[in-house]
Design a protein around this ligand. Structure first.
Ligand code: PLP
Length: 397
């Protein structure tokens, strides 16, 4: 009944845990949600007010498909101010979140027989974006002890004449890893003679790096036309529900993406676009304020995780996730004679025992890991880690 296209993709992996957590809440059991993929802060007031003003001033109509001129201008100014990138308004498409920008760009560029490189562990949506187009995701390993930078010989072995794209996400969801300049330069060097390979740089978490500066990949070689930069208002300004993200890149690509988007959603939400102008152009103190809180929480969660025996957790330099390895507790442990073989089994066991909601690494292509988000209060972080420890101690050999 349904198209091949729709059967190629999976539902969002986090939904099962969200519904399990909702079940526990309905039963009045305590829930410690460590699965959230969004800041727990409210959208800053000046941005809220810009949305209210937009409604009251009648900015409630369709806008140009690729976004208002004012917002595209604000994005260009922001890209120069924060990332030292030079773009003009003809090189920008505003979408309903960076997820939509990424989806659109995959639809425009990839098709059957193409191969697209994705680094493991990956954000859950990347493989689905690629498979839906008919192209094949090709997974390349990363080094968890080096901020999940690529294993370069694996990368080199997997690039071939069918390679059409490489999707990079630094800082990363789910690992929080931030690639070094050397890693980015090495990757760009490997493909220096391949202008036919599109580099997607998903920079949704660009404002969330701790004690290290963030460098946008396009700054390493501004003359390259095949780098597409994706950014978002979601994580930076606590605006996930407003749905505003954008891409910046080659003008011809921008025209093709605009054409697709025009037939899909007509335009991004007009009110949210006005609020996004304020977010990008108004006072930026909220960004640093939220980042400093995330930084402290990262240190707190790493400290709490140290008390849990037999897990390994690297120190990620960005985003708001940690991605500990629970291998010790898989395969050889059981509770009530029920084998815990996968990280999904373990994540469900932890949820049932303690009410701590996590996301299993299986869905990120990392079967030994579990993602914990620290976009939540210090109290929840501390309680959740202690409950995880208690639940693990109950596991028998
Ligand atoms: N890219 C990554 C790596 C993400 O983690 C997310 C959201 O979780 C997105 C893109 C999408 O963000 P947006 O809200 O802008 O669509």
């Amino acid at each position: 009944m349904f198209s091949d296209r729709i059967s190629r993709i999976q539902p969002s992996a986090t939904l099962l845990m969200t519904s399990k957590a909702a079940e526990l809440k309905r039963a009045n059991k305590p829930v410690y949600n460590m699965s959230v993929g969004e800041p727990d802060f409210s959208t800053p007031e000046n941005i809220q007010q810009a949305g209210i003003d937009a409604i009251q001033q009648g900015h409630t109509k369709y806008t140009p498909g690729e976004g208002t001129f004012e917002l595209k201008e604000a994005i260009c100014t922001k890209l120069k101010r924060d990332n030292n990138l030079d773009f003009n308004t003809n090189q920008i498409v505003v979408s309903s979140g960076a997820k939509h920008s990424l989806y659109n760009a995959c639809q425009v560029l990839f098709q059957k027989n193409d191969e697209v490189i994705i680094f493991t562990p990956y954000w859950v949506s990347f493989p689905d974006f690629v498979t839906e187009t008919g192209a094949k995701p090709i997974f390349v390993n990363t080094d968890s002890s080096k901020q999940n930078e690529p294993v370069f010989n694996d990368l080199e072995n997997k690039i071939n004449s069918n390679t059409k794209g490489i999707i990079i996400n630094s800082p990363s969801n789910p690992t929080g890893g931030v690639w070094s300049d050397e890693a980015i330069l090495q990757l760009l060097d490997i493909i220096k003679n391949r202008p036919d390979i599109w580099i997607f740089s998903d920079e949704c978490y660009e404002q969330l790096t701790y004690n290290i500066p963030f460098k946008s990949i396009a700054t390493f070689n501004p003359s390259l036309k095949n780098i597409i930069t994706f950014q978002s208002c979601s994580k930076t300004y606590a605006m996930t529900g407003w749905r505003i993200g954008y891409l910046a890149g080659d003008m011809e690509l921008v025209k093709a993406v605009s054409k697709l988007q025009g037939q899909g959603t007509s335009c991004p939400n007009s009110i949210a676009q006005y609020a996004a102008v304020e977010a990008l152009s108004g006072k930026q103190s909220c960004v640093l304020k939220m980042k400093n809180i995330f930084h402290k929480r990262r240190d707190l969660i790493l400290q709490e995780l140290q008390d849990i025996s037999n897990i390994e957790c690297e120190k990620p330099n960005g985003a708001f996730y940690v991605f500990p390895n629970f291998k010790y507790y898989l395969h050889n442990k059981s509770i009530n004679d029920k084998g815990i073989k996968t990280s999904s089994d373990l994540s469900l066991y932890i949820l049932d025992q303690t009410g701590v909601v996590t996301v299993a690494g299986d869905s990120f292509g990392a079967p030994n890991n579990i993602r914990l988000s620290y976009a939540t209060s210090d109290a929840i972080i501390t309680d959740a880690c202690r409950h995880i420890q208690t639940a693990l101690l109950k596991l028998k050999n």
